[in-house]
Ligand binder design. Structure first.
Ligand SMILES: NC(=O)c1ccc[n+]([C@@H]2O[C@H](COP(=O)([O-])OP(=O)(O)OC[C@H]3O[C@@H](n4cnc5c(N)ncnc54)[C@H](O)[C@@H]3O)[C@@H](O)[C@H]2O)c1
Ligand SMILES: N[C@@H](CCO)C(=O)O
Ligand code: NA
Length: 431
């Protein structure tokens, strides 16, 4: 079997692409045995062929002519990132009959349907395990291992940078800015960490996960997204005092006839399995009708770990190519709609900065009651006796379950009270 070969084109030789090139080169024999045919790396598309690179990879493979490479390939591995020209190149590969592996979450979360339709039309495989939670096998478990079950909810820590920051704040009491600087120093965060910190990276991954878990088509525009920039050391300390840890969670859950998809900072009990996910690790917690609760854990980023996921897809679809099995077509037959956040029911912690005066607490509690929100706990920080001026204090309220809409109305009224200075934080609580 291994005397036959097939042609592989790699697009991009950055953090992940360079690791894929290394594995394709170093493990050529082993891969040929696993696939049953020899993968021949015919070229690596880069922007600059003269840049310094890994010497284990044949320098003659680098080219700037991505299109010629794609047209000659049986399998295309896209690791350049961004929307264009990645989208056009993947469509070109698929329509030309090449199978495609990509880790491009930004592209999939925007144009996944278009790419899947192009793959279906050509009868070729499109695989993207690396796009969500790096090395962690999560997309194929959702699509294949759980194909006979019914998933009800997925909770995920799907961004390594923000988990590193929140973990540093939790374990050292660091402020957000200092933890972010440390994440940048260690190379976890991008030079421009906006997509990580604002939750957009996790939102793209949530859209991809929700599409597979609920057999429907969702894009990043269907995801409600809040980042972690507003989380303070005080929020983290208050969560700790109550037995919680703050994580940036991606939540995808059945909501009536639809699916609610959201990314936001969340308090989770310290005994929840997701609470123990430290540093830049990722984890995805899946709840389903028959399997019950499953957790997938591991490195969610980095060159070699992400290359492992790319290679897993590569070997799997190459085997299918060699053995002649059909590609797995689009699985979005349920056509569920994304639902609005306003009716999602959740518990909340609310921080308020207020005047420390007779009747303030009672007045605030009354507004919650007027809006039908039940308070679980209310905690007031002791005012330092030595401070000059009108005494002020911080109160922290944990609510029972309510809707986002109802909480918004309550806080609008509370913010307008003359004794209330400002709402310092609103964080959801997950059980
Ligand atoms: N780095 C990770 O931890 C990680 C994890 C999961 C998924 N991903 C995804 O994998 C992909 C690659 O990520 P990365 O970290 O290797 O990025 P990177 O920026 O390190 O590498 C991308 C490379 O592609 C090159 N490139 C960009 N446009 C090109 C073009 N038009 N033609 C040829 N080359 C071009 C760049 O010069 C760069 O060398 C992205 O889609 C990313 O979202 C990365
Ligand atoms: N910036 C991403 C890389 C992996 O997708 C993260 O921090 O998780
Ligand atoms: Na993965």
């Amino acid at each position: 079997m291994t005397d036959r070969s097939f042609k592989v084109a790699l697009l991009g030789a950055g953090t992940v692409g360079s690791q894929v090139a290394r594995i394709l080169t170093e493990d050529a024999e082993e891969l040929a045995s696993r696939i049953g045919s020899r993968p021949e790396l015919i070229g690596i598309a880069v922007r600059d062929t003269t840049a310094a690179r890994d010497t284990t990879v044949d320098a003659a493979l680098y080219t700037t002519d991505a299109e010629a490479l794609i047209d000659a390939a049986d399998v295309v591995i896209e690791l350049t990132g961004g929307i264009e020209p990645a989208r056009t190149r993947i469509l070109r590969a698929l329509s030309g009959g090449a199978a495609v592996v990509t880790g491009n979450k930004a592209l999939l979360a925007k144009h996944g349907t278009e790419l899947q339709r192009a793959a279906d039309a050509a009868g070729v495989q499109l695989s993207y395990e690396a796009a969500v939670a790096g090395a962690i096998p999560i997309l194929r478990p959702l699509r294949d291992s759980l194909a006979g079950d019914r998933i009800t909810r997925v909770l995920g820590i799907m961004n390594g940078t923000t988990n590193f920051i929140l973990d540093a704040m939790d374990s050292t009491g660091a402020q957000f800015d200092d933890a972010l600087a440390e994440a940048q120093r260690l190379g976890y965060a991008e030079a421009d960490p906006t997509a990580d910190v604002e939750g957009h990276d996790a939102a793209a991954k949530a859209a991809i996960v929700a599409s597979l878990a609920f057999h429907s088509e969702f894009t990043i525009d269907d995801v409600h997204c809040e980042g972690i920039r507003e989380i303070s050391a005080d929020d983290v300390a208050a969560a700790q005092a109550d037995g919680y840890v703050i994580k940036l969670l991606a939540v995808c859950e059945l909501d009536g006839e639809g699916v609610n998809i959201r990314v936001h900072p969340t308090l989770i009990p310290r005994k929840h399995p997701l609470a123990s996910v430290r540093d830049a690790y990722n984890a995805v917690f899946v709840e389903s009708r028959d399997a019950g609760e499953l957790m997938f854990y591991g490195p969610g980023a980095g060159g070699a770990p992400t290359a492992s996921a790319v290679m897993g897809d590569f070997v799997t679809l190459s085997r299918r190519k060699v053995l002649g099995g059909p590609a797995i077509p689009d699985q979005s037959h349920r056509n569920l709609e994304a639902t609005s956040l306003s009716r999602v029911v959740s518990r909340y912690t609310v921080g308020l900065h207020v005047k420390d005066k007779l009747g303030v607490l009672a007045r605030i509690a009354q507004v919650f009651a007027d809006h039908g929100i039940s308070i679980q706990t209310m905690h007031q920080t002791k005012h330092p006796e030595h401070e000059a001026g009108e005494p002020e204090t911080t109160i922290r309220i944990v609510t029972h379950r309510t809707t986002d809409e109802r909480l918004e109305g309550t806080l609008a009224e509370i913010s307008a009270l003359p004794t209330v200075d400002r709402v310092t934080s609103i964080i959801r609580v997950e059980n």
